[in-house]
Unconditional design. Structure first.
Length: 160
């Protein structure tokens, strides 16, 4: 851990602390100091690297079937490249976690333990995606990045 008056760096995540004074003080008192976080976007690939077939089997265990199963595999590949403990630190300081990069802000009901454990993460993704039918919460679905993995996802299903 490195400390300086304005910056705190923890492991691979940089968080800048900007100190500003708030005007909440009563006459004759000193204003309170308020710290605000400014996160730098960063991606960390960690954990076990799952093969396409591992992801397919995990997604099936989470409840996926049919076309939703194929999309779930493609989204996981686009989001985490198959790393079980992948993390994307977002500029709003939320974190996308695990194979399916489940966001900590929008899906606070999903604990880190669940997000980083492949089968529970698959179950959570199944729920979030409405049983594999609504992938709009995933950026890689919305921007089309998952599409380049659809053939690999189908091959993984065939091998699973």
């Amino acid at each position: 851990m490195i400390r300086s008056p304005r910056t705190l760096v923890v492991a691979a995540m940089a968080v800048t602390l900007s100190l500003s004074t708030a005007s909440f003080a009563a006459a004759g008192t000193r204003p309170a100091t308020v710290a605000t976080l400014d996160c730098t976007q960063q991606s960390i690939l960690d954990g076990t690297h799952f093969s396409d077939v591992d992801i397919a089997r995990t997604a099936r265990s989470g409840g996926f079937s049919g076309y939703g199963w194929q999309v779930s595999i493609a989204v996981a590949l686009a989001e985490s490249s198959g790393w079980t403990r992948a993390v994307l630190i977002n500029t709003d300081c939320s974190r996308d976690r695990g194979l399916w990069q489940i966001n900590s802000r929008w899906h606070g009901e999903v604990s880190d333990a669940t997000a980083f454990d492949p089968v529970p993460a698959a179950r959570a993704s199944y729920t979030i995606s409405s049983g594999g039918g609504n992938w709009s919460p995933w950026v890689t679905y919305n921007n089309g990045a998952y599409q380049q993995y659809m053939a690999r996802a189908q091959a993984a299903i065939n091998a699973a």
